[in-house]
Design a protein around this ligand. Structure first.
Ligand code: NAD
Length: 476
């Protein structure tokens, strides 16, 4: 029996429940999936250039209707400028992939066999019919489209389950998708984990962005259904500063890369390693700079950082800070959850004298927290950077790109920012895969981010007379 569940949605700036969604149940998900599947053969048959045109039309419609989506996303996330740049970013992704994807597929051609020249083969690239996307709350529209656009260009239809914490933007997108004529090609199903779980048996390939714990569940469900799972999970990204680094730049970049988006980005710097000789001046400089950072409150159009999007994240960050304090760390700035206007806020929190026995150095914080630890030798710094269950990304700030590169080669993670930090949030063109518990599957960036959505299908032709059973006979 189908039972509809209504979910309340909290506004991160007011703490009030001011939005509701109806969670789509398993039957409802199956119905939407059927609708998309019915449209997919035509979508594929149109060809890649026509699909590019369709996505350009969607980009144009989103450009025209950007304000309504930005406004919804602003309420979802409690921040204005990043909401605007997220929407602009999706417009760029649509146009960018529309131009690039057609250049990435080789023209079908016959290849003559090497060992057996009487055979030849040709490869067809067959898209998955329906791609499922399950996205988190921290960059709601970006992470709903960061895999979906390539899947669409490949000829797949896409079913997206946004986070129940930030669902408003998806409702605002529906008329725009309809205006572009793509309602049977791209669909959203609103709901929580139950809706996400119901999506997996209904799709042919799943792209999940979220926490490690949920990622494991998605991987298991995908295995059960024998579909590929592309998992982009959490991180605990280290930043190594070397003795030759410019400490003014190092402190500014460490602060930005840790607290941008209130630290609610998978690629945020969550651990900073500084040479012992520079430690005192580094922590003083970075905490002085941290004191200059303001909340975008009460007026959203002024200030540097927004509230926690999901109030539960404030409790996680706070518990990690308390754990660190109880084990001997000292908080130099921020460090407490502040309540303003019903929202949950935290000022940039510099913590000194941390060790790897503390949760703050081992578990994802997803808050504006900068734990700084001293090291004696570069070898020690690298060992500390690698002492983690995660391997999403990392960063090195040194005296030169070359020096940073040498150290970066020894960090066990899928993307290393050199002479900066958290660059995967600014630059989307470098192929990268997640190491360790940070994920599974091919790169979402670069050409592989498109090729993931195809299976290779071989046509093998015999140019001579087929063999008979006697050709394989024991007595032959
Ligand atoms: P989450 O794992 O709690 O939820 C993510 C999504 O999964 C939501 O849409 C949720 O409804 C859905 N879900 C929950 N249970 C499910 C189930 N059993 N089956 C299917 N779907 C289910 O993550 P979150 O708290 O929304 O997001 C924060 C996390 O996302 C952080 O750990 C962060 O590091 C990670 N993240 C990773 C990247 C990346 O690219 N690697 C980017 C952004 C965020």
């Amino acid at each position: 029996m189908s039972m509809s569940r209504t979910l309340s949605v909290i506004n991160p700036r007011t703490g009030e429940t001011d939005y509701k969604i109806t969670a789509v149940d398993a039957q409802g998900v199956a119905k939407v999936a059927d609708r998309l599947r019915a449209a997919q053969p035509d979508w594929r048959a149109q060809g890649i250039d026509a699909r590019g045109d369709a996505l350009r039309s969607l980009a144009d419609a989103l450009d025209d209707g950007a304000k309504s989506v930005m406004d919804a996303l602003e309420i979802d996330t409690g921040r204005r400028r990043l909401a605007q740049s997220e929407v602009q970013g999706v417009i760029g992704m649509l146009r960018g992939w529309a131009a690039l994807a057609p250049t990435l597929l080789p023209e079908p051609d016959w290849v003559q066999g090497r060992a057996k020249p009487n055979f030849k083969h040709q490869t067809d690239y067959v898209p998955y019919q329906l791609t499922g996307v399950i996205s988190p709350w921290n960059f709601p529209i970006t992470l709903s489209f960061i895999d979906a656009v390539q899947a669409l260009m490949a000829g797949s239809c896409v079913l997206i389950k946004p986070s129940e914490v930030t669902p408003r933007f998806a409702d605002a997108l529906l008329p725009i998708i309809a205006q572009a004529g793509l309602s049977d090609i791209i669909a959203f199903v609103q709901g929580d984990g139950a809706t996400g779980a119901a999506l997996i048996p209904n799709v042919d390939c799943v792209c999940f962005t979220g926490s490690v714990a949920t990622g494991r569940k998605v991987a298991l469900a995908a295995a059960e259904n024998l579909i590929p799972a592309n998992l982009e999970l959490g991180g605990k990204d280290p930043l190594i500063i070397t003795p030759s680094a410019d400490m003014d730049r190092a402190t500014s970049l460490a602060l930005r890369a840790s607290v941008l988006a209130t630290g609610q980005a998978c690629q945020s710097i969550e651990r900073v390693y500084v040479p012992t000789n520079d430690y005192e001046s580094f922590v003083k400089q970075i905490s002085d700079k941290a004191h200059d950072i303001s909340f975008n409150y009460p007026d959203i159009s002024f200030g540097d950082i927004g509230p926690f999007i999901f109030y539960k994240q404030a409790a996680i960050a706070s518990a990690q800070i308390e754990d660190a304090k109880s084990k001997g760390a000292t908080v130099l700035s921020g460090g407490v959850v502040e309540r303003h206007g019903g929202g949950y806020w935290m000022a940039p929190t510099v913590i000194r004298d941390v060790t790897h026995d503390m949760d703050i150095m081992r578990e994802e914080t997803f808050g504006p927290v900068i734990p700084v630890m001293a090291y004696d030798t570069i070898k020690d710094a690298i060992a500390l950077a690698n002492d983690t269950a995660f391997g999403l990304s990392g960063a090195v700030f040194a005296g030169s790109i070359e020096e940073a590169h040498t150290i970066g080669r020894q960090i066990d993670a899928g993307a290393i920012s050199l002479m900066d930090g958290a660059l995967t949030g600014q630059y989307f063109e470098a192929p990268k895969q997640s190491f360790k518990a940070s994920g599974l599957g091919g790169s979402r960036m670069g050409a592989d981010g498109f090729r993931r959505f195809f299976r290779q299908k071989a046509y093998i032709a015999n140019t001579t007379c087929p063999l008979t059973i006697k050709d394989f006979s024991e007595d032959g």
